[in-house]
Each structure stands twice: as structure tokens, then as C-alpha cells.
Design a binder for this molecule. Structure first.
Ligand SMILES: Nc1nc2c(ncn2[C@@H]2O[C@H](COP(=O)(O)OP(=O)(O)OP(=O)(O)O)[C@@H](O)[C@H]2O)c(=O)[nH]1
Ligand SMILES: [Mg+2]
Length: 216
């Protein structure tokens, strides 16, 4: 009984994901789904990216949080349009919520839509939102054991951003282990080391994004 209810929820989600995909295709938009633990730096990465690519790549953002619109406010302050979804307790975004958010976006000329999912490394990876690529952010203070503890999320990443590398010297973080553990479940992911605070390593991320958005 429980299995069949889960199947129904996922199949309904897949229907909306297909609609979202069609929406992105019609408009020539690249859609990214950002997944990570709370506080790994998703909003900071996205806000810095908006600032760095202003005038070159038009980015709009859909923010997912259990409560508050503070992340959407940060994105607007960085200069991009943002729609906030409050999930009121749900630990992930659904494709239906994203479909509703798309009706509220005015950015007719957006080339990229970034969806910042609810912060955790478990539930979001089970729900296709219709995105083209998944970006998983892992930050140094979280510890170097996360890829082995949450292999499913890392296995489905197209890009892994190892963030907060400015803190590497102060914390016990075995980078070689992390790289090997990600590679073990996902040989193809692009892995980039960045600091969204200092800007170190961010250019490689901007290059990946502009190339994949067809805006080189
Ligand atoms: N030292 C350092 N701090 C960072 C970096 N990136 C983000 N932070 C800080 O980490 C904290 C959390 O960053 P957010 O961008 O809010 O993280 P988030 O993943 O969006 O968090 P949730 O939306 O709550 O899941 C903030 O205090 C940021 O200033 C970084 O590269 N280095
Ligand atoms: Mg955030």
C-alpha cells in the first residue's frame, strides 16, 4: 500500500517535471537544480554568479525553503528576479511547485533558471523538477565523509562544487578522499573547488555555466 502511494506521488511529480522540461525547451532555457546540506553556500554561490555574469547571462532563480523568503531577498539584492517557494515543512521541492513558480516569473529573456532546493542531501534527489543539470554543493566544514554517507545525491550530480575552500587550512578535510569517493559513485561529474566568499575558483564555474547555457 505504502509503495503504491509513493509510486503515485512520484508519477504525478514526473508529469509536472515533463511539463517544466517542455517549458524550458520552448524558451531555450537551461535549468539547474542546486542541492546540498543547509548552509553549504548555495545562495552565496548563486548570488555571486549573478553579479559576475550580469550583462552576459540573464539568470532567474526559484528559491525553495521550508520557511522565510530571505534567500529570495538576497537574490534580488544581487540583481536577479527570484520567486520564493515555502514548503511549510516538506524537505524537498516538487515539480508541481516549480511549475507554479514558473507562472510567477517575469524574466521572459532569462537564459538560465536556477532552482535552489530545500537544504538536505536526502529527499531532493528523489524528485525530478524537469531540470537539465543537477549541481551538488559540498562545503568543507560539513566534513569529508558526506559523499560516502549520501552516495545517491552525489551519484546524480552533473557538477559538484566543493565550496568554502578558503577554510581548508583550518579544518580536517581530506580533499583526496572526497574526490575519490565522489568518483567512485560518479565518474563523470565535473568537480570544481571554489570559495563563494573570496571568489577563488569561481571562474571555472562561470565558464561551465556560460558554455552549457550556450552563451559563450
Ligand atoms: N568561509 C566561507 N563562508 C561561506 C562561503 N560560502 C558561503 N559561506 C557562508 O556560509 C553561510 C551559509 O551560506 P548560504 O549561502 O546561506 O548557504 P545555503 O546553502 O544557501 O543555506 P540554506 O539555504 O539554508 O540551505 C553564510 O554565512 C555564508 O556567508 C565560502 O566560500 N567561504
Ligand atoms: Mg540558501
Amino acid at each position: 500500500m505504502k509503495v503504491s502511494l509513493n509510486q503515485k506521488i512520484l508519477s504525478r511529480n514526473d508529469d509536472f517535471a515533463a511539463k517544466n522540461k517542455a517549458y524550458f525547451r520552448r524558451r531555450g532555457i537551461l535549468c539547474l537544480n542546486f542541492i546540498s546540506s543547509p548552509g553549504s553556500g548555495k545562495t552565496t554561490v548563486i548570488a555571486r554568479t549573478i553579479g559576475a555574469l550580469k550583462g552576459k547571462l540573464n539568470i532567474a532563480v526559484i528559491e525553495g525553503d521550508i520557511k522565510t523568503d530571505t534567500d529570495a531577498q538576497k537574490i534580488r539584492a544581487a540583481g536577479a528576479e527570484a520567486v520564493q517557494i515555502e514548503t511549510h515543512g516538506a524537505c524537498h521541492l516538487s515539480a508541481e511547485q516549480v511549475a507554479n513558480a514558473l507562472t510567477l516569473l517575469n524574466s521572459a529573456d532569462a537564459k538560465v533558471i536556477i532552482i535552489e532546493n530545500v537544504g538536505n542531501l536526502v529527499c531532493p534527489s528523489a524528485f525530478d523538477l524537469g531540470e537539465h543539470r543537477r549541481v551538488v554543493v559540498l562545503s568543507v566544514p560539513e566534513g569529508d565523509d558526506k559523499p560516502v554517507k549520501y552516495p545517491g545525491t552525489f551519484a546524480e550530480a552533473d557538477v559538484v562544487l566543493i565550496n568554502k575552500i578558503d577554510l581548508m587550512d583550518y579544518l580536517d578535510f581530506n580533499l583526496e578522499r572526497v574526490l575519490a569517493d565522489i568518483r567512485a559513485v560518479n565518474p563523470d561529474a565535473v568537480i570544481l573547488q571554489i570559495s563563494a566568499s573570496t571568489g577563488e575558483g569561481m571562474q571555472a564555474w562561470y565558464d561551465w555555466l556560460t558554455k552549457n547555457a550556450g552563451a559563450e
